[in-house]
Design a protein. Sequence first.
Length: 325
Amino acid sequence: MNESTRTGQSGFARDVDKGLSSDPKFLSSKYFYDEEGSRLFQEIMKLPEYYLTRSEMEIFTDQAEEICSAFSPDGQPFDLIELGAGDGQKTAVLVEHLLGTDSSFRFVPIDISSDSIETLTDKFRSRFPELEIRPEVGDYFRTLETFKRSSPRRKVILFLGSNVGNFTEENAVGFFRHLRDVVNPEDRLLVGFDLHKNPATILNAYDDSLGVTAKFNLNLLTRINRELDADFDIAEFNHYAGYHPLERAARSFLISLRDQTVTIGALGKKFEFRKWEPVFMEISQKYDLAMIEGLAQKSGFEIVENFFDSNRFYLDSLWRPSDTR
Ligand SMILES: C[S@@+](CC[C@H](N)C(=O)[O-])C[C@H]1O[C@@H](n2cnc3c(N)ncnc32)[C@H](O)[C@@H]1O
């Protein structure tokens, strides 16, 4: 079964249609991760400019014990659920630690990309044969609906890699409120936030000197060509990234280099692009502590503990549902 079949090609087609019919045009970053997109993201994570993965890896490596013991302090069995798991390389550090303790848990990685889930599952099964793993391919917005019904066990939900940054602050509140509705008082949520810092450091992470991030963004056009029978000329679009220090937001765009018409066969439609017209691709919202406290509070959670890296570039924040909403 290919990616588009599993994730519902009609959903992909519908979202592309909606985004390219809007003014300004946009495409959803949740479709970045086909096989080539996942491969390119692995390259991005190794780039010297992309400090995010290294920072979160440092937190997990140095503070695995403190983090894992806060998941289920009373030793109750739990489901370790990861939303947007990707290749799970950082989560492997926590899983390895948990397997070395007497914790009783199973790992439920969820990702919209079947390529990511297949790779992660193969890697985890061979590295941790004793681990109970229940992979799921799907959109985590939909998976949330099944949470409450699925299991009475405690849930420890991981939302790592600054995935939360792909929401605006307002949408993040909506997402966490939704999550709040399906968790129980003893459940926990670990969220990875990229912190505001030197704007140049942030910008470089989204505009690397080797152009891998540019290829990663342009790959979505290649995916539309392949899966939706379109004729984007990739050479006629450029990647452009910016960071706005007041809004604490990095945004990336594809810029049309000339007036052009693109046909998307699966939609039976043509789309006009003006010279220099931007297509909005992704927001990467950065946070400071006050923003994170506000986000938790507005969403019906409270912070249990914050885990920083040594540079204070990045923060994994452990939340529990608060009594008041
Ligand atoms: C930036 S990567 C982070 C991967 C991993 N969490 C990490 O920290 O390295 C984002 C991942 O979230 C997945 N994703 C994005 N939107 C999603 C959605 N709505 N539902 C499920 N997965 C999603 C992508 O396929 C991708 O694997």
